[in-house]
Structures are given as structure tokens and as C-alpha cells.
Design a protein around this ligand. Structure first.
Ligand code: SF4
Length: 703
């Protein structure tokens, strides 16, 4: 038997584990007790992750659509059909007719190759990852405020913080292995301020809960900044030495009195004042935020407003202090650094910066003019498909037919594509629209590196060769060869790609140049930036200076805006979405694992008991949730820890994003899925519990 040290393929904590097998089959896992951060712990998803590897649903032979159905074929024919479709469209309509939707669960090496493939093989500007829908608002805000998009400090720093402010981050469900760190911190006296429409498992006696109205983050942050100032809680020395722009930011929050903030957010003014007092009284505090604060059409402003608060308290440059965005996906951090975004080149280089373009073009052996410019972002690509401007699409490691907002339109757009090629280990909902489905690899079949939510670069190793014979890098190389671009993508192993990526990032904002393939394993990971002269990396950023040329962080004046569409008489409630502990993203992997399906077989909309009574929901009978975009019949459960004007549902099933809208943040392109006006009624159907291995539950009338 063999042991392979690797990391869980799901959330961005990347807990370490050992896969057990014989080099051909994976048969289980064991604890890796010295794993960084998690120390061998795994949640229910991590424990069962190995079960996806030999799952009977795996797509192991390429599929090509013929006469209305899919037929298995060999790799050569499938790659020929896939590549020739893109080439034909490109010859007829120009390269921008093709697009690539990609994923933030890919390793750094695959993310790098996907970006290079799009620009040098397809020659299209349109490539963007699903991280656009998750982390882009935080990324835009961090870049604007600090000059760099990375968490300030390692997550372990919560153990040194007296106060942890958690904003729109459901830690027990979304980051289960974060909880032991919080438990240890609590034993030393750490208290939490939880800002979320839902309360729940995160709260303990002594904590403070601010159940704000969804969509009012910026207003709350502005009210807190003003209250902090009124209470004498501004760190004036830090603000003067290390920042610019405080006066303008302070002037912008002047209208945000406790009373106005309370009226806007639905919170009692005393609760807001209490939160400000706790912040002012904490010498060491960390602010953690996630999608609840970010997935709004004002997402970038929301994060900037919370950053203003962190800067005003001087929360930088010290252990146990900082503001950290918790990325959702396994490689949500690394996959946004290495060139698969429509506005970026590898190493966080900007695609619209002539100097950055020159550096990358030189190292890729092309002229800067040959590099496409800025393309469309994730949702914009889907909209362009609906208009017939994008006609060919490669989809890898993302499942827009479940996870994109306003699904009715997304599915229609996918159906209109002339040529859709999907690379996936499983036959996802998106595959139903494909012309060619190419088998993808699971985490056990790949090696490479991933970067945790706090910037630690880790090695992942493969336990077995790709079950479908070709790994993802090999598939992309095969397509590139058929598109006449093999000279740019003749990369055979993850280590080759890692070395190219590492060299290319030399001197870039996300500098991996000093990383060493072997030492990454020996040391349990290295925090970037790790330039050549500092290969040991940089766990804590901004000890002396921020990443802007003058070394100072930027305050931003924030003027809170209301949600694009407000609740009204027809749609009086607000639906907000999030994660369930047993599922990951669109559920393409986890909705096939028996114990995870048993724990959460179907979506369950949470309703405050008073609201349920008002609309006449009956225990055991389902609810009909309707928005302007669509409707869904859902099982429901009472949740007294939820605001009465708000509904919550986990988004891992195909029905949920039928309800959400795709209003985009103009800065980051993130979609506002956390605030959807809806109405709620009893449904005259019961949601059947027969969710099969594909997760496609049926809804049938029973009376
Ligand atoms: Fe760890 Fe996240 Fe995997 Fe759970 S899902 S084992 S918390 S990496």
C-alpha cells in the first residue's frame, strides 16, 4: 500500500490528508497529523473526498454528441472535434467568438495553462474563472486599499486576537476546520462580533450578533466608523503614519449617525454602539469577511467600507491584527493570481499595463501586440453567448448551469452555443449542453500547487495516474496542438508548468520566483510573496509599508447605495444564499457521495417561525419561493436565528439560482446573489426526497 500526502479538494483551508492506495486505486485516507493549519482534522466533506475518485458516475471516456445523444469515442477523435469546432468559428468570425469559463478549484499550474491556452491557442480575450462570482469584490478592494490582493496575515493569527469580527462568513458550514482555532482562541478569552442576517452555531455567550438587513453592509460599516470616531476609538498615530485619505472617508460617514444606521440596517442603535465599543477596546482584532458582504452589486464598496474600519483601528502590521477575506474555493486565491482572469496576466500583472504586457509577451516568445486585451468577465461571457456574440466555449472546472445567477437565462445561453466543450470528471449539468465532453481529473490524479485563502502555497501530489489516461494539462496540450499552438503549450508535467510560472512571476506583485518544488513539501507550504532573495516567503504583509508605491494604505470615501431592487408589496422578503457543510459549489462532486447526500439530500429554505406562520407554511409541506427571475418549490425549516424579513437557502442544487438575479458590481463584476426580493407561499406540492446520485430531485404533486 502507498501513502500520498495531499490536500482536501474543497474549501480554501486545504486541509492536509494522506490518500491510501496501491498506486492504481485509492482505497481511503489517513490523518496527516502534521498538516499545516488543520493538524490532521477533516470535516465530513474532507473525510469522504476520496470517494469521488472511483465513483461510478465518473466520465472516463470522451463523449461526442451525435444524432441527439452522446457517444463514447477515443481521445484523438474527441480532441479533433473539440479543436476543429473552435478553429472553424475563429476562422469565420474572429478569435473573440470563442470564450473560456474556468474554475478556482484548479491548481495554480492548470490555471496558468488555461489562461495561456485562451490567449495563445484560442487567441481570445474572453477567459474568466468562477472566482469572479466569489472573490473579485474583495480582490478589487484589497488592491485599491493596500496595493495587493492577499490576506494580511495567516489565519492562525486569530489565536492572538482578542476580538474577531466575522462578516457574512458562515464559518461552521463553509470553513469547518477553522472552528478548532476559534475554540482555542475563545478559551483564551477571544470574543466574536458576528455580522450576518443569521445567527446560529458561531455565537457563544459574551459574543455580539448584529443581524443586519441583507444589502446594508456599507451602511453598517460607515455607521461603525462614525461611532468609533465619536467614542475616541480611531488609532490616530497609525492613520497619520501609514495611510492617506482618512479625512475624506470620515467626511463621507458624517451622515451615518447611529439612528440612521439603525434604521437602514434594521439594527438597534445601541447594538451598533456596542459593536463600536468592542472594536475600540480591542488592542488586537481581526476582521474576517466572506461572500455575505461581497456578493452584492456594491461588493467592492462594501469591502472598502470594512477596510476603512480596519485601517481606522490600526489593524495592520502586527500579529493578531488584520482584515482577511475568506475565499470559498480550494484555490480561490492562487487561481486568481496566475492569468486566467480576463483582466490579468500571470503574477497579478495587469493586462492593460503596457510594461506588464511586454514582460509576459517576451517570456512567452510573442509580441505584446499578439496578446489579446481585456476580455469579458464570467457573467458577461454568458450574456455575450445569449446575444450570439460568443458561439464557442470551453468550460473547465465550473458548472454555470447550476452556479451562475439568473439560471433561466444562463441555460438558454448555453443552449444557443454552436460549440461547447466541457472538461469535467463528472457529467455536470453544463455537460448536457455540450458538443464534446472530455474527462477531467480528480484531485487524486493530479499534482501541482494550490494557494490557501491566506496566501500559503502548498504542494498537492497525485496518488494514481489519470483514470481517463489523459490529465487536464495533457488535454489542453492536445487541444493546443490541434489549434497550431503547441510551441506555446508543450508543457508535460505540473512541475514544468510550476517552473515556468515561477520564473514568469519574478518581480510581479504575486511573486513566486523563490519557491522551490521540493521545499514546498518539506516546509508544509510557503506564504507568497516569495521573491528570489526571500525564498522563505512572507506570512505577514505590511509590517512596515503597504504595497502602494508610497507605502501607505488608502482610505476610500464610501457613500452606501441601496440594493438594485428593493423588496416591495409583491416580493416582500429577501432571499439570501450560502453554503451547507456537506456540499461544495454546484454539488457536482458532493451530491454523489452517499453520506453527504444523506446529510443534505435537497435544498431546505430557512424561514423565521413568525414569517412561516404569517404566510401559512405547514410543517411537512413544501414552500413556493418566487422571485422576478423564477420560482422553486422547496422543503422548508424554521430558523428562529434568522431575520423575519429574510429567507436563507444553500445554493448547491440546480433550482436555487433560478431565483437569483445577475446585477453586477461595476468595479469587480461580482453578481449580487445575496439579496433577491422574493415572495413565499405554501406550495400544493411536496418536494420528493428521491434525490439520486446526480442530485436531480424531482418535484411531484401529491394532492
Ligand atoms: Fe478542510 Fe475545507 Fe476540506 Fe473541510 S472542506 S476538510 S474544512 S479543506
Amino acid at each position: 500500500m502507498s501513502e500520498t500526502i495531499t490536500h482536501c479538494p474543497y474549501c480554501s483551508l486545504n486541509c492536509g490528508l494522506k490518500l491510501i492506495g496501491d498506486g492504481v486505486r485509492v482505497s481511503g485516507h489517513e490523518k496527516w497529523k502534521s498538516a499545516p493549519f488543520s493538524g490532521g482534522g477533516l470535516c465530513a466533506k474532507g473525510v469522504t473526498a476520496w470517494q469521488q475518485v472511483h465513483h461510478p458516475d465518473r466520465v472516463l471516456r470522451p463523449l461526442v454528441r451525435r444524432r441527439g445523444g452522446f457517444q463514447e469515442t477515443d481521445w484523438d477523435e474527441a480532441l479533433d472535434v473539440a479543436a476543429s469546432g473552435f478553429a472553424r468559428l475563429r476562422d469565420r468570425h474572429g478569435p473573440a467568438v470563442n470564450a473560456v469559463l474556468t474554475g478556482a478549484s484548479l491548481t495554480n499550474e492548470k490555471a496558468y495553462v488555461v489562461g495561456k491556452f485562451a490567449r495563445l491557442a484560442l487567441r481570445t480575450p474572453h477567459v474568466d474563472p468562477n472566482g469572479r462570482l466569489c472573490m473579485s469584490a474583495a480582490g478589487a478592494a484589497y488592491t485599491a486599499a493596500f496595493g495587493l490582493d492577499r490576506a494580511m496575515v495567516p489565519l492562525e493569527d486569530v489565536n492572538r486576537a482578542g476580538l474577531v469580527v466575522v462578516i457574512g462568513a458562515n464559518l461552521p458550514n463553509a470553513y469547518p476546520l477553522f472552528m478548532p482555532h476559534l475554540t482555542r482562541a475563545r478559551r483564551r478569552g477571544t470574543r466574536l462580533v458576528v455580522i450576518d442576517p443569521r445567527g446560529g452555531k458561531l455565537l457563544r455567550p459574551g459574543d455580539l450578533h448584529l443581524p443586519l438587513r441583507p444589502g446594508t453592509d456599507a451602511a453598517l460599516a460607515c455607521g461603525l466608523l462614525r461611532a468609533l470616531d465619536d467614542q475616541g476609538g480611531i488609532d490616530r498615530d497609525f492613520v497619520a503614519r501609514r495611510t492617506v485619505g482618512y479625512a475624506d472617508a470620515r467626511a463621507a460617514v458624517e451622515p451615518w449617525t447611529l439612528e440612521r444606521t439603525g434604521a437602514t440596517t434594521g439594527l438597534h442603535p445601541d447594538t451598533i454602539a456596542d459593536a463600536a465599543r468592542r472594536l475600540a477596546g480591542a488592542s488586537h482584532a481581526m476582521i474576517l469577511h466572506a461572500r455575505g458582504a461581497e456578493q452584492h452589486p456594491t461588493g467592492t464598496d462594501n469591502v472598502l467600507a470594512w477596510i476603512n474600519l480596519a485601517l481606522a483601528r490600526g489593524l495592520a502590521g502586527r500579529a493578531g491584527c488584520g482584515i482577511v477575506t475568506l475565499t470559498g474555493q480550494r484555490n480561490g486565491q492562487g487561481a486568481r493570481e496566475h492569468g486566467q482572469r480576463c483582466d490579468q496576466l500571470p503574477g497579478y500583472r495587469r493586462i492593460d499595463d503596457p510594461q506588464h504586457r511586454r514582460v509576459v509577451a517576451d517570456r512567452w516568445g510573442v509580441s505584446a501586440d499578439e496578446l489579446p486585451g481585456r476580455g469579458l468577465s464570467y457573467v458577461e461571457i454568458l450574456r455575450a453567448a445569449a446575444r450570439g456574440e460568443v458561439r464557442g466555449m470551453l468550460v473547465i472546472s465550473t458548472n454555470p448551469a447550476v452556479s451562475a445567477p439568473d439560471l433561466g437565462r444562463v441555460r438558454a445561453a448555453l443552449a444557443t452555443l454552436e460549440h461547447l466543450v466541457v472538461i469535467d470528471p463528472f457529467f455536470s449539468e453544463t455537460c448536457r449542453h455540450a458538443r464534446v465532453v472530455l474527462p477531467g481529473s480528480t484531485f487524486a490524479e493530479e499534482e501541482g500547487t494550490v494557494t490557501t485563502t491566506d496566501g500559503r502555497v502548498l504542494r498537492v501530489d497525485r496518488a494514481i495516474p489519470p483514470l481517463a489516461w489523459r490529465g487536464d494539462l495533457d488535454v489542453l496540450r492536445g487541444l493546443a496542438r490541434r489549434l497550431g499552438a503547441l510551441q506555446h503549450l508543450d508543457l508535460h508535467t505540473a512541475r514544468e508548468v510550476f517552473d515556468e510560472l515561477r520564473r514568469l512571476s519574478d518581480g510581479a506583485p504575486a511573486d513566486y520566483a523563490g519557491l522551490d518544488w521540493e521545499r514546498l513539501r518539506d516546509r508544509g507550504g510557503v506564504f507568497w510573496p516569495a521573491p528570489r532573495h526571500r525564498p522563505e516567503g512572507t506570512p505577514r504583509l505590511y509590517l512596515d509599508r503597504f504595497a502602494h508605491p508610497d507605502g501607505r494604505a488608502r482610505f476610500h470615501p464610501i457613500h452606501p447605495r441601496p440594493p438594485v431592487v428593493l423588496p416591495d408589496a409583491v416580493y416582500p422578503l429577501v432571499l439570501t444564499t450560502g453554503r451547507h457543510r456537506s456540499h461544495y459549489l454546484s454539488g457536482n462532486q458532493t451530491r454523489r457521495i452517499p453520506s453527504l447526500v444523506a446529510d443534505a439530500p435537497e435544498p431546505l429554505v430557512e424561514v423565521h417561525p413568525d414569517t412561516a406562520a404569517t404566510v401559512g407554511l405547514v410543517h411537512g409541506r413544501s414552500a413556493l419561493v418566487t422571485s422576478r427571475q423564477g420560482s422553486a418549490v422547496l422543503a422548508w425549516t424554521p430558523n428562529p436565528d434568522l431575520r423575519p424579513d429574510t429567507l436563507f437557502v444553500a445554493y448547491h442544487w440546480p433550482t436555487i439560482n433560478q431565483l437569483t438575479a445577475a446585477h453586477l458590481d461595476p468595479v469587480s463584476g461580482i453578481a449580487g446573489v445575496k439579496h433577491t426580493p422574493v415572495r413565499l407561499h405554501p406550495a400544493d406540492v411536496v418536494v420528493a426526497a428521491d434525490v439520486g446520485p446526480t442530485g436531480r430531485g424531482s418535484e411531484r404533486a401529491v394532492s
